[in-house]
Design a protein around this ligand. Structure first.
Ligand SMILES: Nc1ncnc2c1ncn2[C@@H]1O[C@H](COP(=O)(O)OP(=O)(O)OP(=O)(O)O)[C@@H](O)[C@H]1O
Length: 323
């Protein structure tokens, strides 16, 4: 098939060396990055006419097989979707097998509910071979990106979690790319940059812990809600694109405060409203229970059954109470 001959951006129609250089400098280094760009963005980045940009994007989309599909094709593709184990069978069952690729999974809950511990555990687990609940194949290890906004990342936790599976902790840590996002603009720029890094490094999991904290700090109060929402939506949209085009899992966390004064409805409400309400994906609420037990519940996921799962946070990671 002619399609498969397009391997790099210089194979796209009308992309000569000069245009290619401009595109790469502007962050459009891969066919995937071009396929999800708008003609306006590309035209401005490369200094080419809009019609040329449209033609390039169309060719990139065809090369990646982004087109109408029948529902049956969608079903077959979805059945091939791999999942990352959380380390708890109970939680995996609740999620329909684990954390899915091509999807954003949000963990929200109050402080200490286990959001950061789950992120650490997933950064380790994605590296397991497929038959053990990870996404590594025989020829390529699946790696993770960890975007930390609150400074709560702890390498020591990864060590224990890796040892649990008999993995070499240093090797596991060398496959986790860590970055501290200093503000919301930086956080968004990191995700743009990922469009170049992800394919090179075989990144299969991108974590943003927490996705909302910078946005909340920089856009406080009701009067800034619309601006904050708009920016956050753009960020989530970028993350969703990344998940889709590179077949990877995106996991985000969102701290919400318990509101003991709310007697009706849900007592745990997101501060300043449900910022992620309209984003695609799976939303998992976490609650503290007795001791190291935590309760997970899926919110607004029509394709997953309702229910709750109990898991525990141990020194060696996320597990089941019966372990
Ligand atoms: N080494 C460990 N062994 C056992 N449990 C641990 C260990 N480290 C952390 N925990 C448990 O994890 C909890 C913290 O969870 P985590 O940091 O994931 O919370 P969070 O939901 O991310 O909170 P925040 O919103 O404040 O970031 C602690 O309360 C503790 O119970």
């Amino acid at each position: 098939m002619a399609k498969q001959e397009i391997k790099s951006i210089t194979d796209l129609p009308g992309v000569g060396p000069a245009t290619a250089n401009k595109l790469i400098e502007a962050g459009y280094a891969t066919i995937e990055a071009i396929a999800v760009a708008t003609p306006q963005e590309l035209s401005a980045a490369a200094g080419i006419p809009l019609t040329a940009a449209q033609r390039i994007i169309k060719a990139a989309r065809e090369a990646l097989d982004i087109r109408f599909k029948t529902a049956l094709e969608v079903k077959k593709e979805r059945m091939q979707t791999r999942k990352i184990t959380t380390g708890s069978r109970n939680l995996d069952d609740l999620l329909g097998g684990g954390i899915e690729t091509k999807t954003i999974t949000e963990f929200f809950g109050e402080f200490g509910s286990g959001k950061t511990q789950i992120c650490h555990q997933l950064a380790v687990n994605v590296q397991l071979p497929i038959e053990k609940g990870g996404l590594s194949t025989q020829d390529r290890v699946a790696k993770a990106v960890y975007i930390d906004t609150e400074g709560t990342f702890r390498w020591e936790r990864l060590e224990n979690m890796a040892k649990r599976w008999g993995l070499d902790p240093d090797e596991v840590m060398s496959n986790i790319f860590y970055i501290r996002a200093i503000n919301s603009d930086h956080q968004m720029a990191i995700v743009d940059e990922l469009f170049n890094i992800v394919p090179k490094e075989n990144i299969k999991l991108v974590i943003v812990d927490s996705v909302t904290s910078h946005f909340r700090a920089e856009y406080p109060g009701r009067e800034n809600l619309a601006a904050r929402q708009q920016k956050l939506n753009r960020h989530l949209h970028q993350l969703a694109k990344l998940a889709e085009v590179y077949d990877l899992a995106v996991v985000i966390t969102n701290q919400v405060m318990a509101r003991p004064d709310v007697f009706y409805g849900d007592p745990t409400q997101a501060v300043g409203g449900h910022v992620l309400y309209h984003a695609p994906g799976v939303r998992v609420q976490l609650r503290k229970s007795r001791g190291n037990k935590r309760i997970a519940r899926i919110v607004d996921a029509p394709h997953l059954p309702e229910g709750e799962a109990v898991f525990v946070i141990t020194d060696y990671g996320i597990a089941d109470p019966e372990d």
